[in-house]
Design a binder for this molecule. Structure first.
Ligand code: HEC
Ligand code: HEC
Ligand code: HEC
Ligand code: HEC
Length: 449
């Protein structure tokens, strides 16, 4: 019932876009009609099931990494199992879902949303290989042959997740949401106990990585690099949210609360005349007191990236994002129009970043833009949390590219860890203290130049 309703809202998307003459989302993940054969089809000991990473080209122990019980590299193999744990079952009870482990509202993200399941496919595998690499029925037999090129594999339906834009679209389906059945964490699911869904493309890639970007990889696929991956990921996250907005805002209360900064509603309040107002005004979003804040964590990052790598677009992005925040306090048509304009600019930025090879100087400038240039934007928790991930990612990218010495970068780890700690608990969010830490991190990063 709940699902059917949400699906109705989502089918409204096409007509809304048609009314504004807008193209469909450029970020939609590849369409997949292939049979998913299941992890067992990949796990042969001469395939991806080796005990050690001894393969001549790819590691070939990807199944072991993916199923590692002790680290985040194995998180996707556990994604369905968590649905059998008390926390997930409690979410189900509150929502009136009889069994979360079979409900499409949960397994579409906590499992492989295979359009067609082959005989070896198992729900208990959770987010299996094909959930990210695409259904394998047309390439399983051929992709390991000596003659198979990446282009051949992609032509047969393997997803090119080496490409940051494709990767972003694949991850965002579950790590933000999509218009496919069951892939959206409506606020009612959050209110039933689901954790907040945070994401940053490059950092999350490294947390679950099971591949090496060595010379062989570079020759086969090219190396996009962490900064580009970060920037494209930010742009496409903004684009994705704005694409889903029309469908998820058909109800009386406007957009689903999932789109907002959680803390803009979940603060404390008091009738005590001595009570301090917690909300901070923020020129990046000219909205009156009492209006919920659109979760602009990625918009803030995108503004910084645009200033550095697409300065000609930065100004219109800034004015469109301000106009969008304001328009959310007005009528539906105005809000959707402002969203459409901003979405188009985010898509433009994604394409621009995809064609940019960020150099050392630009990366330093980007870190400064995020930590210092953006400081005024970090009034709310979610933007702050995204800023720390950005600092971490961009710094790692400098180290990986050999542009900063690893030891020197390690010396600012304590400051970065303090920033992470300050952004860990939304209930203890203190923007002033957080900004001070970011300034310290920025000072140390400048010292690495
Ligand atoms: C749009 C995709 C999506 C949907 C739909 C979804 N989830 Fe999740 N869920 C996630 C992601 C992503 C995380 C990890 C969040 C993070 O840490 O960033 C998660 C985390 C969780 C966790 C915490 C897991 C842990 O290891 O602590 C539980 C429990 C959970 N989800 C249960 C559910 C249940 C029950 C449903 C259905 C009512 C559901 N989820 C629907 C994407 C989804
Ligand atoms: C959460 C998404 C995700 C899942 C699940 C996943 N992968 Fe990957 N995989 C990636 C990404 C991203 C890369 C790096 C980009 C690339 O080269 O494709 C990658 C890289 C690889 C590579 C290296 C490719 C190369 O050209 O060097 C292999 C092999 C691989 N994965 C196999 C597997 C297998 C086997 C499974 C299941 C046990 C699996 N993957 C599960 C996302 C995923
Ligand atoms: C089919 C849905 C799906 C796809 C596609 C997917 N994920 Fe996930 N991912 C999940 C779920 C669900 C969880 C939470 C599982 C849990 O906590 O038990 C998760 C967890 C993670 C975590 C651990 C996060 C944390 O805070 O604990 C990382 C890192 C991650 N995913 C990276 C990626 C990347 C990178 C991609 C794209 C290459 C990707 N995922 C694609 C569903 C997905
Ligand atoms: C526009 C306001 C608004 C926003 C934004 C919002 N919520 Fe809520 N939330 C509510 C309301 C209203 C309730 C119902 C409160 C009640 O029943 O006491 C609620 C309830 C909850 C609850 C249950 C709390 C409890 O103890 O009963 C959780 C958890 C929750 N929201 C999480 C979130 C998360 C996570 C986000 C961000 C993704 C978020 N909310 C964004 C208004 C909001």
């Amino acid at each position: 019932m709940g699902f059917a309703l949400s699906w109705l809202r989502i089918t409204a998307i096409a007509s809304v876009f048609a009314a504004f003459g807008i193209e469909p989302a450029v970020s939609a993940a590849p369409v997949d009609r292939a049979v998913h054969q299941g992890v067992a089809s990949c796990a042969g000991s001469t395939c991806h099931g080796r005990q050690e990473a001894t393969g001549p080209r790819v590691r070939q122990n990807e199944v072991i990494s993916w199923s590692d019980p002790a680290s985040l590299t194995g998180v996707h193999s556990r994604a369905w199992k968590v649905l059998n744990e008390p926390r997930a079952q409690a979410i189900g009870r509150r929502l009136g879902i009889a069994n979360v482990a079979t409900s499409r509202e949960c397994i579409s993200c906590h499992g492989d949303p295979a359009p067609v399941r082959g005989p070896k496919w198992q729900q208990s595998d959770g987010v299996g290989c094909e959930a990210c690499h695409g259904g394998s029925d047309r390439w399983l037999a051929s992709h390991a042959s000596v003659n198979a090129s990446h282009a051949d594999n992609v032509a047969k339906g393997m997803w090119a997740v080496n490409d940051p834009a494709v990767r972003a679209s694949v991850c965002l389906d579950c790590h933000f949401g999509s218009d496919k059945p069951g892939q959206f964490v409506f606020h009612r699911i959050m209110a039933a106990g689901h954790p907040r869904v945070a994401f940053e493309l490059d950092l999350f890639t490294s947390l679950q990585r099971h591949h090496d970007e060595d010379a062989d990889y570079a020759a086969r696929k090219g190396v996009a690099g962490g900064v580009k991956t970060w920037a494209v990921g930010q742009a496409l996250a903004v684009e994705r949210a704005l694409s889903l907005l029309p469908a998820a805002s058909a109800r009386v209360t406007g957009p689903d609360y999932y789109f907002y900064d959680c803390r803009s509603c979940h603060r404390t309040f008091s009738d005590d005349p001595a009570a301090q107002i917690v909300a901070r005004t923020n020129g990046w979003r000219p909205i009156p007191p009492g209006q919920p804040v659109w979760n602009d964590e990625q918009m803030i990052m995108l503004a910084a990236a645009a200033r550095i790598a697409a300065p000609d677009v930065a100004r219109s992005f800034d004015s469109q994002s301000r106009a969008f925040h304001t328009a959310l306090g007005g009528d539906r048509a105005g809000a959707l129009k402002a969203a459409a304009a901003l979405k188009a600019t985010a898509a433009t930025l994604a394409r621009r970043f995809a064609g940019t090879s960020f150099d050392r100087a630009q990366t330093f400038a980007l870190i400064d833009a995020v930590l210092i240039g953006n400081a005024a934007a970090y009034t709310d928790y979610q933007g702050g949390a995204q800023a720390v991930m950005a600092a971490d990612t961009l710094l790692s990218a400098l180290v990986t590219a050999g542009q900063v010495d690893r030891g020197a970068a390690m010396s600012l780890r304590p400051d970065l860890d303090r920033a992470y700690a300050q952004a860990r608990d939304a209930n203890r969010w203190d923007p002033a203290a957080f900004r001070a830490t970011l300034a310290q991190v920025a000072g140390r990063v400048r010292g690495l130049k």
